[in-house]
Ligand binder design. Structure first.
Ligand SMILES: N=CN[C@@H](CCC(=O)O)C(=O)O
Ligand SMILES: [Zn+2]
Length: 433
């Protein structure tokens, strides 16, 4: 007899992209769909899955510890959110009136607000305060069906405060059921004490911060806000190549507002992903395609900033054969939402992506944007049993019925982490600490 720890039955529809690699262009639409499915889980991983009718022999040969009937619901891989600014202090609702009166995002930053406001709040917050705030956000994400996220630093902008943010992210990864992948983003803005001396701040990033982050293993990735008035292409190149030399993989906030050449740089340095890309040129998109860079699109940000333009997802998929990923960009300024389901709806509305493309973008392509395509991002034998269970008949319904949370349950590492819409793991482990 084959031992099975958990058997999920009564799956009305199982939908998943296939394989471990990023799904490019046309192939983003190809998902595997199984009606009346079952999933067997052993030691936190998928043992086997498929149509219940075709698995009768397998079922008869199994010794099943626990069976849960999911009542005809929809199951997908656990969603992956590959671009968040999870750990930060404070909030910025006071900037709402300014934004509504037409002051631009970059002007608010140039006036010492925006990211710099959050830098002041983050520096002033204790590690415990940052931890508790981020923990609440992680719960929201989990309740949305998310099982792995990326978290960037970049609101410390000093060695001490960046390390504080990254330590909080590490602690969350250890204590919270959602996996947290860390990115060092010391080059998020030039802090006030370095105003007009960005080259000196870049020296501090390269000579002081990066070595500390690399030595303590505080982050896997390094990101730079390559933008007009923030970090130039030359400065971004210097930081990212130095980060790569020290063992971190490159990510770039590229061509978000101005066509600066961030996408071209992403291609040149062989970044794992390039994010935003609203203003990316054709040359930039070609550079991503030629160098296997994953475009991570953040439609919540263009929506919340009230921009008339959106990232060219259709061109990326149809003309450049790119593997588009989607993310919340959760942060206190340009996109204060943890809701990946809202982002999925906006990807349908503004980016004109199909339901299948959106699922692929939020699972296997997002997993690859974090270098984790072999372990998560699809329902596959041997992969981690991270699953989202939705109160929906099919994936199109998730985009159609908007503004609500469709998640009924979440299975993380083979165990229920959300059930009947409620958190079931208040992480006993964490409480014991
Ligand atoms: N654009 C730069 N960074 C974030 C926003 C950070 C903030 O406004 O606090 C982003 O990805 O949108
Ligand atoms: Zn961002």
């Amino acid at each position: 007899m084959e031992r099975i720890d958990l058997l999920l039955t009564g799956i009305g529809r199982l939908v998943t992209p296939e394989g471990n690699r990023p799904r490019c262009g046309e192939s983003m639409k190809e998902v595997c769909e199984i009606k009346d499915a079952v999933i067997a889980i052993r030691q936190g991983r998928i043992a086997w899955f498929g149509s219940v009718n075709e698995l009768q022999d397998q079922l008869a040969r199994s010794e099943i510890a626990v069976t849960i009937d999911v009542g005809g619901r929809l199951i997908t891989p656990g969603l992956v959110d590959p671009h968040t600014h999870l750990v930060h202090g404070g909030s910025r609702e006071h900037e709402l009136a300014l934004k509504r009166s037409g002051v631009s995002y970059l002007d608010i930053l140039a006036q010492g607000g925006g990211i710099l406001h959050t830098v002041r709040s983050t520096r002033a917050a204790s590690e415990q305060e940052l931890y508790e705030k981020a923990h609440r956000s992680l719960n929201e994400m989990l309740l949305n069906g998310v099982t792995t996220i990326e978290a960037k630093s970049g609101y410390g902008l000093s060695l001490e405060a960046e390390v504080k943010q990254l330590r909080v992210a590490k602690r969350l990864d250890a204590t919270h059921v959602v996996d947290v992948v860390s990115t060092f983003m010391g080059a998020h803005a030039v802090p006030e004490e370095y105003k007009g001396r960005s080259e000196v701040f870049v020296d501090a990033i390269v000579n002081d911060m990066l070595p500390k982050v690399a030595e303590e293993g505080l982050a896997e990735f390094c990101d730079v806000f390559c933008e007009d008035g923030v970090f130039s292409v030359e400065e971004s190149r210097r930081i990212l190549t130095e980060a790569q030399r020290q063992g971190l993989r490159a990510k770039i906030h590229a061509d978000e507002i101005v066509s600066l050449g961030g996408a071209e740089l992403a291609g040149e340095v062989g970044a794992i992903s390039a994010e935003h890309l609203l203003a990316a040129t054709d040359t930039g998109l070609a550079a991503l395609a030629e160098n296997g860079v994953i475009p991570v699109l953040l439609p919540g940000t263009s929506f919340n900033l009230g921009l008339a333009t959106h990232a060219r997802a259709r061109d990326m998929i149809d003309r450049y054969d790119l593997p588009v990923a989607l993310s919340t960009d959760y942060n206190p300024g340009s996109c204060p939402t943890e809701s990946i389901q809202l982002i999925m709806m906006l990807a349908s509305l503004h980016l004109k992506m199909t339901p299948e493309e959106i699922l692929t973008a939020c699972t296997i392509n997002a997993a690859n944007a974090l270098g984790r395509g072999d372990d998560i991002g699809s329902i596959e034998v041997g992969k981690r049993a991270d699953l989202a269970i939705f109160d929906a008949p099919n994936i199109a319904y998730l985009l159609y019925h908007f503004g609500i949370n469709h998640t009924y349950g979440v299975i993380k590492n083979g165990k229920p982490a959300v059930w009947n819409r409620l958190l079931v793991t208040a992480t006993e482990e964490e409480e014991a600490r």
